[in-house]
Ligand binder design. Structure first.
Ligand SMILES: Nc1ncnc2c1ncn2[C@@H]1O[C@H](COP(=O)(O)OP(=O)(O)OP(=O)(O)O)[C@@H](O)[C@H]1O
Ligand SMILES: [Mg+2]
Length: 240
């Protein structure tokens, strides 16, 4: 029987800034129904991998496929139409706009306004804490709420797979818990997830599988439980 194509498959990806290599020969995949995490310290190359996948940075080698289709070097807006959505590093909300306007902008690839309204309803079912604040200015929200807005906005394009760049950074533990539960719930609703984290404990606890990135290279990959128990990971990333 033919195996289902992975939702996301990256093979041999390399990228540089000028002459300086940032990631080298990175391969990873996200299969249907999975939450996959990429763990790495500051400067390991995590955001660079994401930027290459989503068409914001040109890779020097390698390929990216979505649901079995080669999408290497497609521009970001084409990838959104193919079902890939990104929650970028630092959230990048429109802080002077309302929550509702931020969500509408997340649906910018679509022009059917009744479908956008329906999607907003569907998305808000995951975010009860945002529902009553649609006309509030996004910049007035707490850090955790702003992160939720960023996730909600990414959901507005009706993605099949979502990539998140350090969604829990700088948030209080209780908010980190809320975000990781939210991602589990979103995954259950049928959206596959690639999440990048420095916080290995949080990342491994919510994921099926994980990759470890060091110096721009994948140095380990395994199911999340196995990695959480490995001595190498415990020493370097879990402080055990
Ligand atoms: N715009 C840029 N110009 C030049 N070098 C860059 C640029 N962005 C990143 N780099 C370098 O590329 C390497 C990988 O950076 P990247 O941002 O991908 O790491 P990261 O794992 O996302 O780190 P962090 O956890 O701090 O976000 C680092 O050495 C960084 O200094
Ligand atoms: Mg980064």
């Amino acid at each position: 029987m033919l195996r289902e194509a992975p939702s996301l498959q990256v093979v041999g990806l390399s990228a540089s800034y000028g002459d300086v290599p940032a990631v080298t020969d990175v391969s990873l995949e996200v299969r249907r129904g999975e939450i996959v995490t990429m763990i790495g310290a500051n400067g390991a190359g995590k955001s660079t991998v994401i930027k290459c996948i989503c068409g914001l940075l040109k890779s020097t080698a390698g390929s990216v496929s979505l649901f079995g289709e080669d999408v290497t070097a497609l521009p970001a807006d084409r990838l959104v139409r193919k079902g890939l959505s990104v929650v970028p590093e630092g959230r990048r909300l429109f802080t002077k706009m309302t929550l509702k306007e931020n969500l509408e902008l997340g649906a910018y690839t679509r022009n059917d306004s009744s479908a956008v309204r329906r999607d907003m309803e569907r998305v808000l079912t995951h975010f009860p804490e945002l529902r009553d604040r649609l006309s509030a200015i996004a910049g007035t929200f707490s850090g955790g709420q702003q992160q939720m807005v960023a996730v909600a906005r990414a959901m507005m394009s009706n993605p099949k797979i979502m990539m998140l760049d350090e969604p829990t950074i700088g948030l209080a533990p209780v908010v980190v818990d809320r975000i990781s539960h939210l991602l589990l719930e979103i995954a259950k609703s049928g959206v596959d997830i690639l999440v990048i984290e420095q916080n290995a404990e949080v990342a491994l606890s919510m994921s099926n599988r994980a990759y470890i990135l060091e110096g721009g290279r994948v140095i380990a990959e395994d199911d999340a439980k196995t990695l959480a128990q490995s001595e190498q990971v415990q020493k370097a990333y879990l402080g055990i």
